[in-house]
Design a protein. Structure first.
Length: 159
């Protein structure tokens, strides 16, 4: 039983794309995925871009935590936003997800973050139970809004 968590590098762009595609498939959202290894390579090359942690079980990549930093105006310090957390289905239940989140919590603390946040699909009961077991609290009074495609373009073009 060998688990290693390591930071992703630009050289991991294809691996990250594969893991994100596996997550999209699990979430029944693969039809929405258009990112490519080149997109991840470019993102990881940007010092202001996202970071990622890769989990390796017995030397083989099996999980991902992709994150970026945001800012809490109420706290006056930055926070860490977990965009994607994924562990290959056949390896779930072995503590890999918890190890990824613990490593991410260490990143957050080292960066002076006041909090870690993420979103979870409301039908994903196993993940919700897992997050609650860690002490995470659902922000039920908040609703996420998204602006994409034509509405985003129209708003950007307004004078």
């Amino acid at each position: 039983m060998s688990l290693r968590i390591r930071p992703a590098t630009q050289d991991d762009a294809a691996l990250v794309a594969d893991l994100v595609r596996a997550l999209a498939r699990y979430e029944k959202l693969e039809h929405e995925m258009s990112s490519t290894p080149a997109d991840f390579g470019k993102a990881f090359a940007d010092p202001r871009g996202p970071g990622a942690l890769i989990a390796e079980w017995e030397g083989a990549p099996c999980g991902l935590a992709l994150y970026f930093f945001n800012f809490s105006t109420f706290r006056g310090v930055k926070g860490l936003y977990l965009e994607d957390l994924f562990v290959e289905e056949e390896l779930r239940g072995r503590g890999i997800g918890k190890a990824l989140l613990a490593a991410l919590a260490r990143v957050a603390r080292a960066e002076g973050c006041a909090r870690m946040e993420w979103a979870v699909l409301d039908w994903n009961a196993p993940s919700i139970a897992f997050y609650k077991s860690l002490g995470a609290v659902a922000m039920v009074e908040w609703t996420v809004y998204r602006l994409t495609g034509d509405p985003l373009t129209r708003l950007a073009e307004r004078a």
